[in-house]
Design a protein around this ligand. Structure first.
Ligand code: TPP
Length: 330
């Protein structure tokens, strides 16, 4: 992963564009496999899919270095993959297998991987905000120049820890970026029914630098993230990036009848008009970087990779009964 250091980087090079596209396709394919695992009753519990929101995780993580930190959410597969997790070990974790990132004891909502700077997904809404802020404090204290990114959904705007954390981060000029993924629904409730005032007014109240970006445009997300990461590394303190996006599937894999809280027409409109993968592919083709056949080949290659990763996860063993108390901290 190359670290973006130039805040004026609006002209994104071809290698980076292709890498970001590939990563988004991988996340989409990963999530499709997760849904299949659920339907085949191979996965214990539920999973919250990231399909539709890929440009946020990919654009942000592309602006980070391997040593930088992220914290994630209950909808965290995309964040983990974008930060460098391997699909086979991710699938293994989802299936409760010993080869998983947390030896099968975390599952979909508790995947962590210190080697890629991933401090963990978190089932508690807003639960990782103080963790990211603490990691940013450690970076400042240790002078190691690492930046922390805290992903959270707009549902976490109702959690007091966000405001305590932003207050401290601004007072102490911590290198942390609060990335609010606004997919418009907190479970089955539109965010306008739970969120008073303007979202960006909230960080502004603490003097935290705040911006909004189209979360379906990976280039725009990357460009904003590169600027904010650079700013944080220069010691200019925290930032808040609001990314407007949309989840294509239910709140979780079992949420299949959604019309009582959002219409099929609304869903279709996002899928057909605002899809981040389609948008990026069209741009690559229009720029003469690839043609349609190459895009199709890439999708086929990634689908095959994901099938192989699933096969690995299905066939690899569970942890032994004697390990039941190992790697469990609470
Ligand atoms: C503290 C807490 N309260 C409630 C829940 C139940 N819950 C799980 S996900 C969710 C909605 C989250 O919405 P948002 O943060 O916008 O994320 P999204 O699911 O849209 O990605 C809720 C209320 C929880 N996990 N934690």
């Amino acid at each position: 992963m190359t670290i973006a250091t130039d805040p004026s980087e609006t002209d994104i090079d071809v290698g980076r564009r292709l890498r970001m596209y590939r990563q988004m396709v991988s996340i989409r394919a990963f999530e499709e496999q997760v849904n299949q695992l659920y339907l085949r009753a191979l996965m214990p519990g539920l999973a919250h899919l990231y399909s539709g929101e890929e440009a946020v995780a990919v654009g942000i993580c592309e602006a980070l270095g391997a040593d930088d930190y992220i914290t994630s959410t209950h909808r965290g597969h995309g964040h983990c993959l974008a930060k460098g997790a391997a699909p086979d070990r991710m699938f293994a974790e989802l299936l409760g297998k010993a080869a998983g990132y947390c030896h099968g004891k975390g599952g979909s909502m508790h995947i962590a991987d210190a080697a890629t700077g991933n401090l963990g997904a978190n089932a508690i809404v807003g639960g990782s905000i103080a963790i990211a802020t603490g990691a940013a404090f450690s970076s400042k204290y240790l002078h190691n120049n690492r930046v922390s990114v805290c992903f959270f959904g707009e549902g976490a705007l109702g959690q007091g820890v966000l405001y305590e954390s932003m207050n401290m981060a601004q007072l102490w000029r911590l290198p942390v970026i609060y990335v609010c993924e606004n997919n418009f629904y907190n479970e089955y409730t539109h965010f306008s029914e739970t969120t008073a005032g303007e979202i960006l007014g909230r960080p502004a109240a603490f003097g935290v630098h705040a911006e909004c970006v189209d979360g379906q445009d990976v280039d725009a997300v990357y460009t904003a993230a590169a600027r904010l990461v650079h700013r944080a590394r220069r010691g200019e303190g925290p930032a808040f990036l609001l990314c407007n996006t949309y989840r294509y599937t239910g709140h979780h894999v079992g949420d299949i009848n959604r019309e009582y809280y959002r219409s099929k027409q609304e869903e279709q409109q996002w899928v057909t008009e605002r899809d981040p993968l389609k948008h990026a592919a069209d741009r690559l083709i229009a720029g003469g970087i690839v043609d349609r056949a190459e895009i199709d080949r890439l999708h086929a290659e990634i689908n095959a990779e994901m099938e192989k990763a699933v096969e690995f996860a299905v066939s690899t063993p569970y942890p032994g009964v004697e390990e039941v108390e190992q790697d469990v901290y609470a």
